[in-house]
Each structure stands twice: as C-alpha cells, then as structure tokens.
Ligand binder design. Structure first.
Ligand code: TXA
Ligand code: MG
Length: 324
C-alpha cells in the first residue's frame, strides 16, 4: 500500500473528504456510515441534500451489507460488469444512513474499476459515499487538476490517478421496481444489460427525477452550448460570427474551415469521444467564447450516453442560473 492510500484511508476514517479517481470520473468520497462526513460532501459540492449519493464498494460480496431483497439480476450484472461503470439501485439495508439516500428507500451501489479506487476501498474497509467531485451542476472532473480547480480547499485530500479512462459517469440501472429501468445512460449500454438479463429494460417514464443527472441542468460547461446537425454546422458558425460572437466548435466529421473560430476536433468513436468530452469543454470554457457549437453525434445506441450529456449541457435555461 502506498503512503498516499494509507493517508487517504486515515482521512476517511476520521470523517474527512477524499477525492479519488474512478474509471468514469473523479469521486468526492466520505465514509458512507458517518453522517457528518456525508453532510460535508453536500456542503463542499453545494448540492441539495435530497439528491442521493452512490456508495462505492470494493467487491460484490459487500452488496448485502448495503442492500436488501437483492434480486438475482443484480448479482448477474455485478458478475458481468463489476468492477465497472454500472451503478445498481437496490432496496436499501438498515446500514444506509438517510443522509445518503435523501430519505428514499433505495441505495445506489457500484464497484469502480480503477486500481487507486479499489486500493482505497480495500485500505478503508467500508463503503465510500461519493458523487462526482465537482460543484453542483458543473462538469464532472476527469483529472485531479479539475478537482482541485473546482473544489479547492473544501476537499481534504486528492488522490491523483491520472485522467479517467471512460470520462463520463456510470450507467445507472434501477433494480428496485417491478422492471429494471435505466435511469442514466453510460458507456455500458441498455443493449449490453439486456443481453445479460435476457429481457428488455423498462422505458423511463420521466415521472420522478430521482437521479439529479436526470434533471436538465446538469453536466454543463459555463459557456452556452448548442448541438447542430452536421449539415448545418458551417452555416450556423457563419451566422454566429456575423452576430459578433466568439465561437468554439466541437467537430467530429467537419474539417476546420473558418479560422476565426476555436476548433476542437473530437474522435469519431463514442468511447474516445466520451473520454475527452469534459476535458475539452473545460478547455473551451477557459477561452471565454460566447458559444460552443457541437456537431451532433450520430444516432446509434453506442452514442446514447454522449448524446445524453451533450443534450443536458445544451439546456438553455441552465445558463441563466449559473454564476459566471
Ligand atoms: O460514475 C459515477 O457514477 C460517478 C463516480 C464517482 O462513481 N459518480 C457520480 O455520482 O456520477 P453523482 O452523485 O454525480 O451522480 C450519481 C447519480 C445521481 O444522479 C443520483 O441522484 C443517482 O446517481 N442516485 C444515487 N442514488 C440513487 C437512488 N437511490 N435512486 C436513484 N438515483 C440515485
Ligand atoms: Mg455528478
């Protein structure tokens, strides 16, 4: 065990906050059984306390410490996808403090696929409650530097594990109801989950926004962002330039024309795109453009998670609410 991990585990034990890398994004962790420590997460993030947190665990054998009435499906999925970017929503056990669930009768559980996260979980021994390590409503961090820039002194320790491999948040699957339902798409797709379960997932009703990631005002850069179909991109850029806007373009297939713009060329593969997305949006934010024009990604299921994050980032009403 490296001294970093020992120190981080000691901080968790005494109720402190440790940011740590996972394969998806960096998490802001606290001892999941320490109510005061969990409360500090909400303060550090500026997050409403009724938004539940995911509990990270070191292996699937710990599921029944945190959940009850665990359906066989949960074990099948954990066996197939853990460690990995899939969060399971299950009926909570008596061990789960209300502070974590926002008073709901379910809990989100996930075993992250990152050696530093797994070493921290092993050293600490308990569950680590962790949302993404960003201020509420902002982009999730995919490097230790992003965490420090966003949360500063409100986090006691940042474990640096380099850039996150996946780059966007885990898929969230609700197994607490009568039929499994995907609450947040991620790089593990509905089709992959359905293949393991041998049954279709329920179509989200959108009735209760139980995952704040399911509210529109999430995962957003500070610069107003607009999704534009490939064929309209150059025309839209010209229009914005004519209006005197400073324009940044996140293009995938359109080659840079118009040198007056800031061009970021994105990969044409959903996994590589997701890996880079938040870091690119942060870079653009730092350049003080008036507008980000994003070439809309393809419609296939493998692009769903990327499209979801971009669509949320494009929700116009969000920008009026954010302090700059
Ligand atoms: O990839 C990830 O999931 C990252 C890393 C750090 O693990 N975590 C993450 O946490 O994205 P957070 O808090 O930013 O997003 C977790 C989402 C929230 O939308 C939350 O509402 C939802 O999970 N969630 C947690 N517990 C839930 C529950 N019991 N029922 C429904 N949604 C829940
Ligand atoms: Mg988050």
């Amino acid at each position: 065990m490296t001294p970093d991990i020992e120190q981080a585990a000691a901080i968790l034990r005494r109720g402190g906050l440790v940011a740590f890398p996972t394969e998806t994004v960096y998490g802001l962790g606290a001892d999941a059984e320490n109510t005061e420590a969990v409360a500090r997460i909400f303060t550090a993030k500026g997050r409403p306390t009724n938004h539940p947190l995911i509990v990270h665990i070191g292996h699937a054998g710990l599921l029944d410490r945190w959940a009850t009435d665990i359906p066989p499906m949960a074990l099948q999925l954990a066996q197939r996808f853990w460690p990995g970017p899939l969060t399971l929503i299950l009926k909570r056990s008596g061990n789960v403090p209300d502070a974590i669930t926002g008073g709901q009768d379910t809990v989100g559980l996930r075993m992250p696929d990152h050696p530093v996260a797994l070493a921290l979980l092993a050293a600490f021994g308990g569950g680590i409650a962790a949302p993404s390590a960003n201020r509420f409503g902002r982009l999730s961090p995919t490097t230790a530097e992003h965490v420090r820039a966003g949360l500063g002194a409100s986090v006691d320790y940042v474990l640096d594990g380099g850039p996150c491999r996946v780059g966007i948040e885990s898929s969230i699957l609700d197994l607490s109801g009568s039929r499994p339902q995907l609450l947040r798409p991620g790089m593990i797709t509905a089709a992959e989950i359905e293949a393991v379960l041998g049954r279709p997932l329920a179509v989200p009703t959108g009735e209760i926004p139980r995952a704040p990631g399911a509210l529109p005002s999430h995962y957003a850069p500070q610069t107003a962002l607009m999704l534009v179909p490939t064929n309209d991109l150059v025309g839209k850029i010209k229009q914005c330039l004519e209006n005197g806007e400073r324009v940044a373009v996140l293009a995938r297939s359109v080659t840079p024309a118009l040198p007056q713009c800031i061009w970021q060329i994105m990969p044409d593969d959903p996994g590589c795109y997701a890996h880079e997305l938040y870091a690119r949006l942060r870079e653009i934010d730092a350049l003080q453009a008036n507008r980000i024009l994003v070439e809309a990604p393809p419609l296939g299921i493998t692009w769903l998670a990327v499209r979801d994050r971009l669509a949320r980032a494009a929700q116009a009403e969000h920008y009026a609410q954010l302090p700059r």
